[in-house]
Design a protein around this ligand. Sequence first.
Ligand code: CA
Length: 221
Amino acid sequence: MAVRVLLVEDDDGVADALSESLHARGHPVTRVARGSDALTRHRDADLVLLDLGLPDLDGLDVLRKIRQVSEVAVVVLTARDDERSVVRGLRLGADDYLAKPVRLAELLARMDAVVRRAGARTAPAADTVRIEDVEIDLGARRVLVGGVDVGLTTKEFDVLAVLAARPGTAVSRQQLMDEVWGDAYLAVSRSLDVHLTQLRAKLNRPGLLSTIRGFGYRLGG
Ligand code: CA
């Protein structure tokens, strides 16, 4: 199966060699040299190969930011084969790591495994979430309260869907904005409040959507 790879590597020699080898095995590769570009391009990839030593951002910061918004498979490439970077990388959510110079056979062997694991993570757990008499159909993007269809706007539904994906779990404002608007800095914090107010009014089930003061929100539980 072809794996769409985002290669984040500032060294042209390493990048060209890896791109060529992966292309030859049928894997499309997009290469970027800067961490900031990785943050905007990872959405189109099945696997991010992430060098830690980048010119603009620390690779571990790039990893942390990607993990705030995505479950895409990430394999860290490290010239620093010191244990600390590797351990930090894995703790921050890297699926695996490879010390440079990368051996192609080893990379290919690990790619399948990490992409399969990441796929299992992102598969939707349930299409419909039920809390008391509220039924949220994530596939059909429809909400029934007491059997009556509640008309939500696109953004209202998006906000609810993020919360419904983790019922009973507190979700931070930051994460809500990241997931609904793509990146928190694009979202106006005030507009999240507006959507939440509308959502509460339309659901009309006091206590269903709790505010976790200073943190975020929770649906049910
Ligand atoms: Ca580098």
